[in-house]
Design a protein around this ligand. Structure first.
Ligand code: SF4
Ligand code: SF4
Length: 165
């Protein structure tokens, strides 16, 4: 990887943060060997010897506040958009534009959700949208969120390789 790619990739993630803030991912799996050190740095859930934490990540604040000690899965994760940028299938400005559209869609959905009776239990936006999709599949009445959710689902799949199923 050349320095231009590293710089573009880092800058894109800094401008985005959509995995850390729970927009695109609901949790991070942790290796058992990472747990002792990570327990000192963040809230970690443990079940049957396995570790994980739910998004939004409590170490995210305009970027990762434990960057040099972040979990392995965080360090290795690359969404489809980042991979496309690194492969030069998209350019930096177009990738930033996609992120802007996703963030605007999230705001629009959250605003509409406040006016709706749905009881979504998840903390992360991503898992909320997974819940909402299931609810809307069962709901025979037309919801003001149906079209927004369809657009979000298609945006995430096409640009990030992430599904709401
Ligand atoms: S969603 Fe992709 S571009 Fe955004 S911060 Fe995560 S890896 Fe980087
Ligand atoms: S530990 Fe850092 S990189 Fe990992 S999800 Fe939290 S803020 Fe993001």
């Amino acid at each position: 990887m050349n320095s231009e790619k590293i710089s573009d990739s880092s800058s894109l993630c800094l401008a985005c943060g959509c995995c850390c803030d729970g927009t695109l991912i609901g949790f991070v799996q942790l290796g058992s060997e990472e747990l002792p050190a990570l327990r000192e740095l963040m809230e970690v859930e443990e079940q049957n010897g396995e570790g994980f934490f739910l998004h939004p990540c409590d170490r995210f604040c305009d970027g990762c506040t434990i960057y040099s000690d972040r979990p392995k899965q965080c360090a290795s994760f690359k969404c489809g958009l980042l991979k496309s940028l690194e492969a030069k299938e998209t350019d930096f400005d177009s990738a930033v534009e996609v992120i802007k559209v996703v963030k605007q869609k999230r705001i629009a959905i959250e605003e509409k959700l406040m006016t709706q009776p749905y009881q979504l239990k998840s903390d992360s936006f991503y898992f909320k949208m997974v819940e909402l999709k299931k609810l809307l599949k069962k709901d025979t009445s037309e919801s003001p969120l149906t079209e927004d959710l369809k657009q979000l689902d298609s945006l995430l799949l096409k640009n990030f390789g992430i599904s709401l199923d």
